[in-house]
Design a protein around this ligand. Sequence first.
Ligand code: AMP
Length: 488
Amino acid sequence: MTDSLFAELGIIEPLCRALAAVDYQQPTPIQTQAIPQLLAGKDLLGIAQTGTGKTAAFAVPLLQRLAQAGPPAGADTVRALILAPTRELAIQIGEDFEAYGKHLNLRVATIFGGVGQNPQVSALRRGIDVLVATPGRLLDLVGQRLARLDKVSLLVLDEADRLLDMGFIRDVRRIVSGLPKARQSLLFSATMPDEVAALAREILRDPVRIDVSPKTVTVDLTDQHVVFVENGDKRHVLTKLLRTPAVTRAIVFTRTKHGANRVAEQLDRDGIAAEAIHGNKSQNARQRALESFKNGKTWVLVATDIAARGIDIDAVSHVFNFELPHEPESYVHRIGRTGRAGASGIAMSLCDSSERPRLRAIEKLIRRPISVMQVEIDASERAQAPVRAVQSASTRAAQPTSRRNRPTTSSRSGNVSGNGNRSPNADRSGNGNRSADGNRSANGNRSGNGSRSGSGNRSGSGAASSAPRRRRSPNQRGDDRSEIWSNR
Ligand code: AMP
């Protein structure tokens, strides 16, 4: 493995082998810059969004440092802590750690709210080398004295701006205040509002700063278009655009949960297999929708901003904004779902007259005009069946979605699994990995998890569902913020 470009950065052979297995042939710019610094023990401030390769930029050197620094975690010990704003992102990071660390004898576990805590507690008792967690649940467990963080020597705050947006910053501060002072700390954020900068100053010591600006990433790699259309015609325009052969796998963004349900329902009626994903759906339903999308059973995913956050699926050819977001930054995050890891993508936004100010704000942020595209709708296209009442999420999830499936394209993530059994190159069908009753937990563990996988990774993530703790934000705009609360 001496010819590996990762080896040239100082990465050890078992990690290079795992990276070769997921077909990472050369490091991305953030990896080239971050890996040597992190191996040398430096703190890091990374300005980067998903799509830049930032997860491997921190996961690979962290795994190496853990493997080289003494024995694996003993009972009641957590050695490295990764805090992430959403369950989906936590699961994805956990999967990445498992894939990269599959030749190392380290335990990886993922902990988040909305599922039973017992398996998580068992995993904590056994000891965890890499714990990926959402802040609310972790703080609960710390409060119950079920999680001890006094041996944490590595800390990563991922998507710090989202942690802030979602009201987690206080929880994060409380967690960090209980960690040993002698540790290596990393903070990643796509944007750097004052509060995140303040948090970085508090948490990081003399950090290296690496800036992979999201604006350059998305603007350079994504073809962006806007279609001016009156609201009543959006549905028809969307259907027409989705029927273009170039669209092989698409994410459609809506602003609200109801909007996501309605659009998915309309597309299904128009013969386009689509699934909705948003914070009102159970964790199982969301994972199922994601799996269907990843393995090509459905080729259109309709999502709200927060539910889509951190979704990492390769080969998304198009992103459609059914509605423009209120925050211009969300536009950048949305279109970052396409054109990932160097591939080019296409983003199309449907904009009605009431949304013109939002379009102007977006153009100001990305510092370029978005090209206008004309789409004509004729009478026959407009005359399609009117929408009936929105089906419940569970009914929709259960119905067949294969009326107009596209051929499967590859996706990076394997079956969602928290038991260390992920095989990066394995068949990604996801079929064998779900229980017949659909009762599987989001991270793949069902009961007494933590079983050791053949590759040496062990995991002890949460399992059986239980009702999330409810606390609602006053959210005048009706955006999908439910995850802010259900993550806890
Ligand atoms: P991230 O920014 O961590 O969400 O990663 C974005 C995507 O890039 C994921 O699909 C990764 O699997 C992929 N990726 C990360 N590093 C590399 C690499 N060095 N070569 C190819 N793909 C990569």
